[in-house]
Design a binder for this molecule. Structure first.
Ligand code: F6R
Length: 261
């Protein structure tokens, strides 16, 4: 079973995970981070920013790979994940822009973009720590239900549910792209440490299916059960449907201090 840590609020989750990322960078200056977008990881990036201001650390060699990108937005659109990663992660943390990659959504380059992205991750030595949110459909990255657990970076179609959920970032629901390019479940499973965050009651069903449900491509999140090192950090509301909640709390309360997450 994945390790599940229940925290009081998103800020506490952000601080816990940011400290783990900081420790990783201290141990490996050119650490490779797997970056998620959306609302969920924002407290992690903000807490890491505060930590780096309070106790400066050279992050110039850190490398990063974003999980996914929309296809079909005009270049430079503020909600393209390239723009979001630059605004929320690269600039505030002072990362080196050329070290941080987002899958290309350039239409002419799209047929080869997945293969190139996979090769770039391999050339970087693989992802050390992959941040993940989870969609209400159960998606990881933009791997909607039915995505193969062996899948690699490729173009996918977003479900109407995911488009509706992400409409809050756009002026109108119709503006949310139908297509995306996303790391596959197979890509995500190659990362050395998966850190999945979820907040709010709206994520409880998808989270319980991911952590405790049957392993099935109908619930892409359940692929985490195939990974040897997964840390799930959730608030009380997102943890609300976990059957083994008492055990998760007991394991965390009794975790040896030397172990880390
Ligand atoms: C984002 C991503 C998605 C989101 C998920 C949850 O890069 O790959 O899987 O993590 O859609 O989105 P939020 O965090 O906005 O609820």
């Amino acid at each position: 079973m994945a390790e599940v840590i229940v925290v009081e609020h998103e800020q506490a989750a952000g601080e816990l995970v940011a400290e783990s990322i900081r420790a990783l960078i201290e141990a490996k200056r050119d650490a490779v981070l797997g970056l998620a977008t959306g609302s969920t990881p924002l407290t992690v990036y903000q807490a890491l920013g505060r930590s780096l201001s309070a106790r400066p650390l050279d992050v110039g060699m850190v490398r990063g790979f974003s999980l996914d990108e929309y296809v079909g937005l005009p270049a430079g659109h503020p909600e393209s994940y390239r723009a979001v990663i630059d605004r929320e992660v690269v600039a505030p943390l002072g990362l080196t822009p050329s070290n941080i990659r987002v899958p290309s959504n350039d239409l002419a380059a799209l047929p080869a973009a997945g293969t190139e992205y996979e090769q770039a991750i391999i050339d970087a030595g693989g992802v050390d720590l992959q941040l993940l949110g989870i969609g209400r459909t159960g998606h990881l990255g933009f791997n909607e239900p039915g995505s193969s657990f062996a899948s690699l970076t490729r173009v996918k179609t977003l479900t109407p549910q995911t488009r509706a959920d992400n409409a809050r970032f756009f002026a109108s629901p119709d503006e949310v792209p139908i297509h995306c390019i996303t790391q596959g479940i197979g890509t995500i499973l190659r990362a050395r440490h998966l850190v999945l965050l979820a907040f709010g009651a709206g994520k409880a069903a998808a989270l319980a299916a991911a952590v405790e449900g049957p392993v099935t491509s109908s619930q892409p999140g359940s692929a985490i059960q195939l990974h040897p090192h997964v840390t799930v950090v959730v608030d009380e509301a997102a943890a609300g449907l976990l059957a083994n909640l008492d055990y998760f709390r007991y394991a965390w309360a009794n975790k040896p201090a030397w172990q880390g997450i």
